[in-house]
Ligand binder design. Structure first.
Ligand SMILES: [Zn+2]
Length: 68
């Protein structure tokens, strides 16, 4: 599988754009971030805020672990 053709734009830096996470030059592929890692970090932040919404249920408590 040759992936080079489709990956041409992935590594192109965006002029004047900085990664919102770490401040490095952002890439088109991950704008407005510099890498998938930074994009994931930001995404994680969003999800984390979602999960912080107060809830009556206690997550992870419905799967009772029995003794081995
Ligand atoms: Zn970054």
């Amino acid at each position: 599988m040759t992936d080079k053709a489709s990956a041409s734009a992935d590594d192109v830096p965006m002029a004047g754009r900085r990664c919102l996470q770490c401040g490095k030059p952002a890439l088109y592929a991950y704008r407005p971030f510099c890498s998938k890692r930074c994009a994931d970090l930001d995404l994680g932040k969003w999800f984390a805020e979602d999960y912080r919404v107060p809830s009556d249920e206690e997550p992870g408590d419905d799967r009772a672990e029995e003794d081995p």
